[in-house]
Design a protein around this ligand. Structure first.
Ligand SMILES: Cc1cc2nc3c(=O)[nH]c(=O)nc-3n(C[C@H](O)[C@H](O)[C@H](O)COP(=O)(O)OP(=O)(O)OC[C@H]3O[C@@H](n4cnc5c(N)ncnc54)[C@H](O)[C@@H]3O)c2cc1C
Length: 435
């Protein structure tokens, strides 16, 4: 007898756990900035996050390195300054703080910043469904936590889940992967290592890419691991210097896994963790300058480079990146290269060829407004863009700026009573009537 492949979940009444002006789903770099901006704009703001800490890939993912933050104003430099005050940043060879940070101090800093701003925090709470009214406007997020299944009501919602869970659950159209193959960039499990003396392994890391970093240290590390009989699945293995007794280690690629495939992610996580242990043991076994190397921690979250790209009122495209687009409703200026990690189907285990060079470009507010559902904004890597544009704007300096932009729009909607769609469209149209 074959088992049926569906089952029926009976309808039930849900308690409404909270009511907010703005609810931000996902507490990564984008979600934190969105919540801070919305709360500072006067809106009663909730922030829900499935992990037991804030920061997303910064903390649960142990990323440890922030790209494209240097030209940002507002919340991005504020976070860096708060992390620095708590001793979570170090100065590189030129005496200036690098792009690295201590993930544990980042967790603490973000919790303090969010609490000081009056954001209502729901940790270890997963968004799992949504409810809309008869007009199609989003009204409730349905969540699961140790308190059971509950609803949270809000006037405006922000999807900062990275993978676009809220948008997809609410019925937004979206795209995933390369336009021709559907393949997505590989996932990576980050790690922290200790027991190395920085000056003895100087040829294997850059203090900061911004201060003249090159690929050579990664190539040396790849050659070393290969000569020891353990070629890493990412052939640009990287040591990020955090401080003299702490490095982040990025050396593995999990190919062909989609962000919405729970079984695939489970398998990839187990596989990646085993590879990280193997690589660290191999290096430590080589002795010499590597003798004391030890693994401190691996991420509790496999790093996802690419999930859903939700449909908004504007789609950031490759031409925006190559031509250095300017938009009257810009919320972020991106500058990072088009960084496509190998798909795993060709010869490279490193990076795919980029289709051109980035010229600093604007991301307009319209790319943050849901096209298919009312009352919904996007922030971070799930905003509306094509595959190649995403490969540039996906980094966390931009995620914070996009979150701040979405939070500001949400707060403005709270004050005007408008939907994000009406508010942003009106602002955009006003620009053309005034100029
Ligand atoms: C291995 C790797 C290396 C990278 N290297 C760099 C780098 O060096 N520098 C850099 O700046 N960027 C780097 N990036 C890119 C960058 O990390 C991401 O694009 C960035 O995380 C985007 O931020 P975000 O806030 O949109 O998403 P995320 O950081 O993914 O945050 C999303 C948050 O939402 C939560 N969430 C998800 N679904 C739900 C749900 N259903 N319910 C409740 N909560 C939910 C998650 O737990 C998470 O906290 C790298 C990415 C990876 C994977």
């Amino acid at each position: 007898m074959s088992l049926p492949n569906t089952t029926h979940e009976p309808a039930r009444e849900l308690p409404i756990a909270a009511e907010y002006d703005v609810l931000v789903c996902g507490g990564g770099p984008a979600g934190i900035a969105a919540a801070l901006a919305a709360a500072r704009g006067g809106a009663r703001t909730g922030l829900l996050e499935l992990h037991g800490c804030l920061g997303g890939v910064w903390t649960a993912g142990l990323l440890s390195w922030i790209i494209d933050h240097e030209n940002k104003q507002g919340i991005m430099p504020e976070i860096l300054s708060e992390v620095q005050k708590r001793g979570g940043r170090s100065s590189g060879a030129d005496g200036r703080p690098t792009s690295a940070y201590d993930a544990e101090i980042m967790k603490w800093t973000l919790e303090e910043m969010v609490s000081a701003t009056g954001v209502h925090l729901h940790l270890m709470t997963r968004l799992c469904s949504t409810k809309k009214d008869a007009s199609g406007r989003l009204t409730h997020a349905i969540v699961e936590s140790k308190s059971g299944r509950q609803a949270i009501a809000a006037k405006v919602f922000i999807d900062a889940t990275g993978d676009g869970d809220l948008g997809a659950l609410a019925g937004c159209g979206f795209e995933v992967g390369h336009p021709e193959t559907g393949l997505t960039q590989p996932m990576t499990l980050m790690a922290l290592v200790t027991g190395l003396e920085a000056k003895s392994i100087r040829q294997f890391f850059n203090y900061d890419a911004a201060s003249g970093g090159t690929f050579e240290p990664k190539e040396r590390l790849n050659d070393l691991l290969t000569s020891l009989g353990t070629p890493p699945s990412y052939d640009k293995p990287t040591l990020f210097w955090i401080r003299d007794d702490l490095f982040a280690f990025m050396a593995n690629h999990e190919y062909g896994v989609r962000a919405d495939d729970a079984a695939g992610i489970t398998q990839a996580t187990v596989h990646a963790r085993a590879e990280v242990h193997r690589l660290v043991r191999t290096l430590a076994g080589a002795g010499g300058v590597w003798k004391g190397l030890r693994l401190v921690a691996t991420g509790s979250q496999l790093g996802v480079r690419e999930g859903r790209r939700l449909h908004g009122l504007y789609q950031v495209g490759l031409s925006d990146i190559l031509e250095g687009a300017r938009h009257p409703d810009a919320v972020c200026r991106g500058r990072f290269m088009i960084d496509i990690h190998a798909f795993g189907t060709g010869k490279t285990r490193g990076l795919e060829k980029a289709p051109g060079k980035t010229r600093p470009y604007d991301i307009p507010a319209r790319a943050l407004v849901a096209r298919d559902v009312d009352g919904l904004l996007f922030a971070g890597r799930c905003i509306s863009g094509d595959f190649f544009a995403h490969a540039s704007y996906r980094v966390t300096g931009n995620a914070v700026a996009l979150g701040e932009g979405a939070g500001n729009i949400a707060a403005a909607c709270y004050h005007t009573g408008q939907t994000p769609r009406d508010f942003v469209t009106q602002q955009y149209e006003q620009h053309f009537t005034q100029t």
